[in-house]
Design a protein around this ligand. Structure first.
Ligand code: MF3
Ligand code: CO
Length: 257
């Protein structure tokens, strides 16, 4: 049997909604502060200030010993990059920020990838990588109807990558989220041949495709965290949380204001 998801109470759902909005606030504000030449530690410091503004705290700091406020992954870095005083972002680089906020004991988790500086400094193919990865995230969320299965979400995401000829990272997957950062079930970004857990109203999924311009293969740096593509080609990562309801799925990390 596939691991079932957690059905959250009405009270928990209203807390998760607020935490998700806090995480979305940081995700949308932070890119506006990032300038060419800035260190990734500087970006992490900005994130700390924005997270504090929400009244919450980082859901990542200290998680399995993670040392940063958020994850900051540049170009060929896929996920889990750590802010560093000697690593700088340049015009035309792509930066993935992954933001987890604990607000009142509930968790918001979301991510996006953006171009540093002038958008025209990035190639057409890089723009396509970002567009398709974001579309896959939203389309995956929109497939999360009650009585469907995890595989329906996975298939919707995978289709986007296949039609754009992008590599789908397999070692890392989406997850249930809300009362804890990582809850069952897993949400792969590719089909596995299993239907996976059945979706039910009250479940919350973090849908987070990682798509690569080249190979799907990745490795972890000696720092024990930073995940990179094996071929050095660039990678994008987006993440939204979606609530399964009796009707349409509700994307909790759309920023409301
Ligand atoms: N948002 C990511 C995830 O969902 C990253 C968390 S890793 C951490 O898995 F260690 F930084 F928390
Ligand atoms: Co996540």
């Amino acid at each position: 049997m596939a691991k079932q998801g957690i059905i959250h109470s009405e009270k928990a759902i209203s807390g998760i909604r607020k935490a998700a909005q806090a995480a979305a606030f940081v995700r949308e504000q932070l890119p506006q502060l990032v300038m060419p030449g800035m260190s990734t530690k500087h970006i992490d410091d900005f994130a700390a200030r924005l997270i504090a503004e929400t009244g919450g705290k980082s859901a990542f700091l200290g998680y399995h010993g993670y040392p940063g406020q958020i994850c900051i992954s540049v170009n060929e870095e896929v996920v889990h990059g750590i802010g560093c005083v000697t690593k700088f972002v340049n015009e035309g680089d792509i930066v993935s920020i992954d933001v987890g906020v604990n607000l009142g004991g509930y968790i918001g988790d979301n991510a996006k990838t953006f171009i540093v500086g002038n958008p025209n400094s990035a190639s057409k193919r890089v723009h396509e990588l970002l567009r398709v990865t974001e579309e896959a995230t939203v389309i995956g969320c929109q497939a999360a109807y009650a009585n469907k299965h995890i595989s329906d979400v996975s298939r919707a995401i995978e289709k986007c990558a296949i039609s754009a000829k992008l590599g789908v990272v397999r070692e890392y997957v989406g997850h249930g989220c809300g009362a804890a950062l990582h809850e069952p079930p897993e949400v792969p970004n590719y089909t596995t041949g299993f239907k996976g857990a059945k979706l039910r109203p009250g479940m919350v999924l973090a849908v987070e495709p990682m798509f690569n311009l080249g190979t799907e293969k990745v490795y972890t740096e000696p720092d024990g965290w930073t995940v990179k593509t094996k071929d050095g080609k660039w990678s994008a990562h987006f993440e939204h949380m979606v609530l399964i309801t009796e009707n349409e799925p509700e994307i909790l990390t759309w920023l409301k204001m």
